[in-house]
Design a protein around this ligand. Structure first.
Ligand code: 26M
Length: 824
């Protein structure tokens, strides 16, 4: 059926203009002549949102009328980025049409309006951005899906750089109003915390358990429509905001505990206040567990309710929902689904367990021990007493199976148990997720292999068929079409516009690999994008960079395992070679860094200070003029990333082998024609296989070699003795050459590197320099470089998130496309 006046949903410039005019006046209460850019951004956004509604409602209605299996993607983070341009693209409103409408408000370029959009920073890094790419691909592939997460009032902090140090500023992304969400207070859910459990006998004489929580919160869904590319499918991202519970307020008010009531209100509102900014370290905070249970409980209740609304029996749950856990952050879902089924829907254990294990699957995103979530048992018991009982029972039944299989093997039981009994007792969320999930997947071939063989060999022996790999991917709509319009035009011309939904078609570019004129055009296109970034760098940092220099880029969260300090040491060597007159044939370079450090991660923050110290010394040295520039771009986020990937020549993917689960930035760089200098880690391995080893700058020890070095005893100081350039770099740092003479500032970093060097920076240093020399050689033959660049774009279609989602649909979810028809 038809859901609205189709007149109100036209995609031409007149219709968009009319929509904007109406919203400016009626929704925003503004007059056109005095409208600010922000007002016009809001008006255009509302006009675009209107045009999503027919598709959105038709998508919801299609599922209601003809139930299909729906993917429920549970994630504590969705780093969705700016919405306006993405929705324009997917709707098919071109830049020209948007600008035609905007000109009538005396705005010349769409970019001016896109600039004012605040991005929702509802994620830390790779994991949250992956969830956003997957939501976009699900919709584009017309797969019914819902993303469930948290509507943090404050997302990832904004980063300022002051005196070279990172300073964190609250991210008030909602302050100007955010037009992309639809609050649904009537679909609120009630969530309990704390209290106790009790047993009782029901009317039929059965012993049952129930939970009497001491606290409650209400989750209010805020829905963000996620439109697929040029399709009618418009899925829903449902983010829960925590509100205080009114019933409890009244109760407390009546007994006169007015302040108690207010305190509880404050407590439950704090729940969705702020995103934890730790990427890859678990601090085991109580409020974090509360956030997890809050959004998971709301989401599962929502799924069960939707079955109820459609009159579908609860036993059918696994045929209607496939629940994907994005890391262990939502793993409490295993216990919560069991609780809802047993305590609230009165199913028996076996039926409930069967439903749970047929519905839930788990994606692991890291092997780093410090990132594996563990909850202190006492804390867990006080917050979720009923869940702990259920977890004990899940564990008891599981360990019974283990005992039958490995009689007398206590060690294996201790390893597999959900409860960690060594030291302070704790609940291990990865074990809970793995026991319940029908599939456990890693996010790149190497990572999935290490997951199976190193982190969980015992689980893999019990359930070999449970473990699988789904290599990550990124959406070509945002990361090529939107971010790189210049390249997209070239691809449209030479491949045809179908590449955008079928990235494998890009192999057609290979036909052009010896076409000199085309390779020149390829290089010129890259140069034009680099000019724009150079302008941004100048405005942001005051540093003038030469767009024709090699743009050597490392952007990602700052972490020791990602080894930004290895890159920084390379920069110092480059600097010293110029200083010492040994830089003949070294092409001009601009080394660009960006990324946030977790606020409590001292070494990461010192690495930022280190990079800024190096930048200051180098950029102020007249000898470096025209030869070497170093910039740290503050506040790396999705919006900035869209400027950076298309303008990069060299992608730095230099993590210690075995540590980076996949990486996804590596894919965005390669698709946009940057060459990679990288280790055999994460998806780098697969990128190299696909682009060809001759089009990838490989260096460093393999994961196996790192392990061997570890076991036979690693002495970083011995390495320094054999490498004069490294020794000289470290000596200068120790003299305060990059810290205004303060020799102590970077002492902890130096001590770390020459003492333990836990991430083998010095072990890989010499080979890294060797590979950087190769980069320099290759760059010097520009036609050859452009050819390699073209082949990177041509051969990285595999890393489209469309392919990842098709893999998930086939191997894990058993979900299918369900095209949505609009009949008006
Ligand atoms: C944990 C506790 C408290 C607060 C936050 C966390 C936490 C948040 C994010 C822990 C880990 C988090 O993310 C890990 C992550 O981003 N992993 C990355 O996932 C990407 C997508 O699969 C991969 O490409 C990266 O290699 C991997 O590091």
């Amino acid at each position: 059926g038809c859901f609205a006046d189709p007149e109100r949903a036209g995609l031409d410039a007149d219709a968009v203009f009319d929509g904007m005019t109406e919203h400016l006046f009626f929704t925003l209460g503004k007059l056109a002549p005095t409208a600010s850019n922000h007002d016009l951004y809001m008006a255009l956004s509302y006009a675009v949102r209107d045009r999503l509604m027919t598709r959105y409602l038709a998508s919801l209605e299609a599922i209601r009328a003809r139930p299909h299996k729906t993917v429920a993607y549970l994630s504590a983070e969705f780093l969705i980025g700016p919405q306006l341009n993405s929705n324009l693209l997917n709707l098919g409103i071109s830049k020209e049409i948007a600008e035609q409408a905007l000109r009538r408000f005396r705005i010349e370029s769409l970019d001016q309006i896109l600039e004012v959009e605040e991005e929702p920073g509802l994620g830390n890094g790779g994991l949250g951005r992956l969830a956003a790419c997957y939501m976009e691909s699900l919709a584009s592939l017309q797969v019914p899906a819902i993303g469930y997460g948290i509507r943090y009032e404050f997302g990832i902090f904004n980063q300022l750089i002051r005196d070279g140090w990172q300073v964190e500023v609250t991210d008030k992304w909602l302050k100007g109003g955010w037009p992309w969400e639809l609050p649904q207070p009537e679909e609120a859910c009630f969530v309990g915390f704390g209290g106790r459990t009790e047993s009782y006998t029901d009317g039929k004489g059965n012993y049952r358990s129930r939970w009497i929580p001491s606290e409650h919160a209400i989750g209010i869904p805020h829905d963000v429509p996620v439109l697929g590319y040029r399709v009618n499918t418009c899925n829903r991202l449902r983010l829960w905001r925590a509100d205080a519970t009114e019933s409890f307020d009244f109760y407390a008010f009546n007994i006169g505990d007015y302040y108690g009531a207010v305190e509880e209100k404050v407590g439950s509102e704090t729940l969705s206040k702020v995103l934890y900014p730790n990427d890859g370290t678990d601090e085991g905070r109580r409020l974090r567990l509360k956030q997890q249970h809050f959004f998971v409980s709301c989401s599962l209740q929502d799924m069960l309710r939707s079955l109820g609304n459609r009159g579908i029996p609860i036993e059918e749950f696994p045929n209607h929902w496939t629940v994907q856990l994005n890391d262990t952050h939502p793993a409490i879902a295993v216990a919560e689904l069991m609780r809802l089924l047993i305590d609230e829907h009165y199913l028996d254990w076996d039926t409930a367990w069967d439903i749970t294990t047929r519905s839930v699957a788990y994606t692991n995103h890291t092997l780093l021990p410090e990132a594996l979530e563990k909850w202190d048992l006492t804390r867990f018991a006080s917050l979720l007493p009923r869940h702990l009982e259920l977890i004990y029972e899940i564990n008891r039944r599981f360990l019974q199976q283990v005992r039958l299989r490995y009689p007398g093997n206590d060690a294996i039981q201790r390893k597999l148990s959900i409860i960690d009994e060594d030291g302070g007792k704790a609940v291990r969320m990865a074990n809970l997720a793995t026991i319940a999930a029908h599939h456990v997947n890693g996010v790149a071939a190497l990572h999935s292999d290490l997951l199976k063989r190193q982190l969980m060999p015992e689980f893999a022996e019990i359930w070999p068929e449970k473990f699988t790999n789904i290599t990550n991917g990124v959406t070509p709509r945002r990361w090529v079409a939107l971010a790189n319009p210049a390249l997209s035009r070239l691809l449209d011309e030479h491949v045809g516009p179908e590449w955008i939904t079928n990235m494998e078609l890009l192999t057609k570019l290979e036909e052009r690999q010896h076409d000199t004129a085309f390779l020149e055009q390829w290089g010129a296109t890259k140069l034009s994008v680099k000019r724009k970034l150079a302008g941004y760098i100048h405005r942001q940092t005051g540093v003038l960079v030469d767009p024709s220099s090699l743009f050597d880029v490392q952007v990602k969260r700052i972490h020791e395992y990602k080894r930004q300090h290895l890159n920084a040491l390379q920069v110092i060597t480059h600097y010293l070679r110029i200083k010492n007159g040994q830089a003949n044939g070294m092409a001009p370079r601009t080394v660009i860094f960006g990324g946030k450090a977790a606020p409590g991660y001292y070494m990461a923050k010192l690495i930022i200070r280190f990079i800024n110290g190096i930048a200051e010394t180098i950029n102020a040295d007249p000898d470096m003029e025209g030869r070497l520039r170093v910039v740290f771009l503050p506040d790396y986020n999705v919006k900035l990333a869209e400027q950076i990937y298309p303008a990069s020549d060299l992608s730095e993917q230099v993590s210690t082998a075995g540590k980076e689960a996949s990486g996804t930035g590596n894919m965005k760089f390669a698709m946009n024609g940057a060459l990679t200098i990288g280790t055999l880690d994460g998806a780098n391995v697969e990128i190299r296989e696909r682009v060809g080893p001759e089009n990838f700058f490989l260096f460093g020890k393999t994961e196996t070699e790192i392990m061997e070095l570890q076991t036979k005893g690693y002495r970083p100081r011995q390495i320094v003795e054999t490498l004069p350039e490294l020794a000289e770099a470290l000596r200068l740092i120790g003299l305060g050459h990059f810290s205004n003479g303060d020799g102590e500032l970077f002492r902890p970093l130096l001590d770390n590197l020459t003492g333990f060097d836990p991430f083998f920076v010095l072990a890989d240093f010499a080979d890294y320099l060797r590979a950087q020399d190769e980069v320099n050689q290759a760059w010097t033959n520009r036609k050859q470089w452009n050819r390699m660049s073209l082949l990177n774009t041509a051969r990285t279609g595999f890393f489209s998130s469309d392919r990842s989602i098709q893999d998930y649909c086939q191997t894990i979810w058993k979900a299918e496309p369900f095209p949505v028809e609009i009949t008006c």
